[in-house]
Ligand binder design. Structure first.
Ligand SMILES: Cc1cc2nc3c(=O)[nH]c(=O)nc-3n(C[C@H](O)[C@H](O)[C@H](O)COP(=O)(O)OP(=O)(O)OC[C@H]3O[C@@H](n4cnc5c(N)ncnc54)[C@H](O)[C@@H]3O)c2cc1C
Length: 500
C-alpha cells in the first residue's frame, strides 16, 4: 500500500489548488481523480463533433478566484474584464449597464424606468456591495471569524441589508422598477433554489456573487475554463504532486485509507491526511454513512452560433448586449412566478435565464476556421430543480429546452434556433445539461452546482471551515465553508489548515 502525506480525493480545481500548495511546501501528495482528466466542473470541451470550439462546458466566468492564489501558485492565466455588465431587453428597448460609461448607463435607466431614482439607488447599493467586497474578500483566505466580527467589519447598513433580512426585502425597499429589482436578484438565485423574499439562502448566494476577489467582477477566463484548470494542474505537477486520473474512489476510512478502482483493479493508499474535493454526499457514500442528496436547480445550455441574434432594440449593438449578462424574463415578478411553479413541481411557463457570449471577449476558444464566422453562447436557466427531471429525464429535458428557447425568443427579434451553427453530422450545436444530467455526467449529487448550499463566510469557534468530525479528513472543495464557485478557496484553506 502506497503512503503519502496527503491524498487529495478528487481532482477538481480546488483539489489541484490544495495539491499545488501542499506539494510546494514539500509534502508528498497524491491526487485521485475518477475521470480521464482533472478539472472537475472547471473544464473546456469540444462538445459538438467536428466543430472546433472549446466551450466552458459547466462553469464559465471567474470572480471568486483570489489574485493571491494566482500569484502564490504562479498561474499562467488571464482573466479578462468585460466592458458591459448586463443588458436586459424590455419590449423594444432595454437596460444596458456599461461598466465604462456611467452617463450612458444613467440614460438607459432613465429610458426604461422613467426617472433617476433607480439609477441613484443602483449606485448606492453597488457602492455598498463594493465596500463589503473589499472588507470581506481577504477574510476568505484566513481562519473563520465569528459573526460579530464580520458584522463590525461590513458595518450596520450592509449587515442589515445583505445578511440579516431577506435580500428580496432589501431589493423591494431600495428599487422601484420590477425589471431592475429582477436584475439585482438574479445574483441571489444562480444555482440556488430559494424564495428571496423569505429565505436567507438567497442572501448567501448573493453575497458570493458580489465579493469575488474584492471587486465582485465576473471575468472571462481567456482560453475558457479549461485554461484555469490547466494552469492549476501545471502548478500542482510543477510543485511535485502526483495526479492519477481514471481512479474512482470507493472508500475513505477515518484513519486516512483511500480505496480506489482503476483499470488495473482495486488499490488502497494511505494518507496522513485526506483532503476531500468530492461533494459531501459522495464523501458520505464512500465513508458508508447515510447520504442526503441536495437539489440543484438550473439548466445549462451550450451553443455555437453562426451569428448573434438580432435585438428588438435597434439602439443597442448585439455585441454589447451579449458580451455582458443578457437577462431573459428575469423581472422580480417573473422570478417569483417561476419559483412558485417549479416549487409545485411544474416546469416554469416562462423560464428565467441569462446568456452571455464568451467569444466576444475571447475568440481564442474558436478554432482558426471559425474565428469571425461563429460565436459561442452560454445559457444559464434559473428555477429548474432536479425534481422536474427525475421521472422522465429525456422528455423533461426537451420540454425545458423548448420552454427556455420560447422564453428567449420572446425577447429577441428572431428565433435563436435560426442562429445555431449546424455540425458536420447535420445536428444543431446545442448541448443541454439538466441537474439530472449533471448528476450523471459530472458526478454532482442532485446536480447541485455548489456541491451543497452555500454557507455564511463566518462561524464561531474559528477553524478554516474545512474540518470534519475526523481529524485526518478535511474538506477541500466547494463543500467547504466559503468553498462554492471557481475560487480555489476551499483548496487553499484546507492546505493552510495543514500547513499552519
Ligand atoms: C453548469 C454550471 C455552471 C457553473 N458556473 C459557474 C461559473 O460561471 N463561475 C463559478 O465560479 N462557478 C460556477 N459553477 C460552480 C463551480 O463550477 C463549482 O462550484 C466548482 O467548480 C467546484 O469545484 P471543486 O473543485 O470544489 O469541485 P468539482 O469541480 O466538482 O471537482 C470534484 C472532482 O471530484 C471528482 N470526483 C467525484 N467523485 C469522485 C470519486 N468517487 N472518485 C474520484 N474522483 C471523484 C470529480 O470528477 C471532480 O473532478 C458552475 C457549476 C455548474 C455545474
Amino acid at each position: 500500500m502506497g503512503s503519502y502525506d496527503v491524498v487529495v480525493a478528487g481532482g477538481g480545481h480546488n483539489g489541484l489548488v490544495a495539491a499545488a500548495y501542499l506539494a510546494g511546501a514539500g509534502r508528498r501528495v497524491l491526487v485521485l481523480e475518477r475521470y480521464a482528466h482533472a478539472g472537475g466542473l472547471a473544464v473546456s470541451a469540444r462538445a459538438f463533433p467536428g466543430v472546433d470550439v472549446r466551450l466552458s462546458r459547466y462553469s464559465y466566468l471567474v470572480s471568486l478566484l483570489p489574485t493571491r492564489i494566482v500569484r502564490d501558485l504562479g498561474l499562467d492565466l488571464e482573466l479578462r474584464r468585460r466592458r458591459y455588465a448586463s443588458y436586459t431587453p424590455m419590449g423594444d428597448t432595454g437596460l444596458l449597464v456599461d461598466n465604462e460609461d456611467d452617463l450612458r448607463t444613467a440614460a438607459s435607466f432613465r429610458n426604461v424606468t422613467g426617472g433617476e431614482a433607480d439609477h441613484e439607488a443602483w449606485r448606492r447599493f453597488y457602492g455598498m456591495t463594493a465596500e463589503v467586497a473589499r472588507a470581506l474578500a481577504p477574510t476568505l483566505l484566513e481562519p473563520l471569524r465569528p459573526q460579530a466580527e464580520i458584522e463590525r467589519l461590513v458595518g450596520q447598513e450592509a449587515w442589515r441589508d445583505l445578511f440579516a433580512r431577506p435580500i428580496g426585502e432589501t431589493v423591494d425597499e431600495r428599487f422601484r422598477d420590477d425589471t431592475v429589482r429582477g436584475v439585482v436578484l438574479t445574483d441571489a438565485l444562480i444555482g440556488t433554489f430559494a424564495d428571496p423574499a423569505t429565505d436567507l439562502l438567497a442572501n448567501r448566494c448573493f453575497l458570493y456573487h458580489v465579493i469575488g476577489d474584492g471587486t465582485g467582477d465576473w471575468n472571462v477566463p481567456v482560453g475558457g475554463m479549461g485554461a484555469v484548470s490547466g494552469a492549476l494542474e501545471a502548478a500542482a505537477r510543477r510543485a511535485g504532486a502526483e495526479i492519477r486520473t481514471g481512479a474512482e474512489i470507493v472508500g475513505i476510512s477515518p484513519s486516512g485509507e483511500v480505496t480506489f478502482v482503476a483499470d488495473d483493479g482495486e488499490h488502497t493508499v494511505s494518507g496522513g491526511h485526506v483532503l476531500v474535493n468530492l461533494p459531501p454526499a459522495v464523501l458520505d457514500r464512500v465513508m458508508g454513512r447515510p447520504v442526503t442528496v441536495p437539489e440543484g436547480a438550473q439548466l445549462k445550455v451550450n451553443m455555437v452560433l453562426t451569428r448573434l441574434p438580432r435585438l428588438k432594440d435597434t439602439t443597442v449593438d448585439p455585441r454589447a448586449a451579449f458580451s455582458g449578462t443578457f437577462h431573459i424574463n428575469e423581472g422580480r415578478e417573473q422570478l417569483a412566478g417561476a419559483y412558485e411553479q417549479a416549487a409545485r413541481g411544474e416546469m416554469p411557463e416562462l423560464p428565467p435565464a441569462e446568456v452571455y457570449c464568451h467569444s466576444l471577449t475571447d475568440a481564442s476558444i474558436l478554432g482558426p476556421e471559425l474565428r469571425g464566422r461563429a460565436e459561442t453562447m452560454t445559457l444559464f436557466g434559473l428555477h429548474m430543480p432536479a425534481r422536474l427531471f427525475r421521472k422522465n429525464p429525456d422528455k423533461a429535458r426537451k420540454v425545458a429546452l423548448d420552454a427556455t428557447f420560447a422564453s428567449m425568443n420572446a425577447v429577441l427579434a428572431e428565433p435563436i434556433e435560426d442562429c445555431l451553427l449546424t455540425a458536420p453530422d447535420g445536428t444543431p450545436c446545442v448541448e443541454v445539461k439538466t441537474p439530472v444530467d449533471l448528476e450523471r455526467d459530472a458526478g454532482l449529487p442532485g446536480g447541485h452546482i455548489f456541491h451543497t448550499d452555500l454557507s455564511w463566510p463566518y462561524a464561531e469557534g474559528g477553524g478554516w471551515g474545512v474540518e470534519t468530525e475526523h481529524e485526518r479528513i478535511l474538506m477541500c472543495g466547494a463543500g467547504a465553508r466559503r468553498g462554492g464557485g471557481v475560487s480555489g478557496i476551499g483548496g487553499h484553506n484546507a492546505a493552510m489548515a495543514l500547513l499552519r
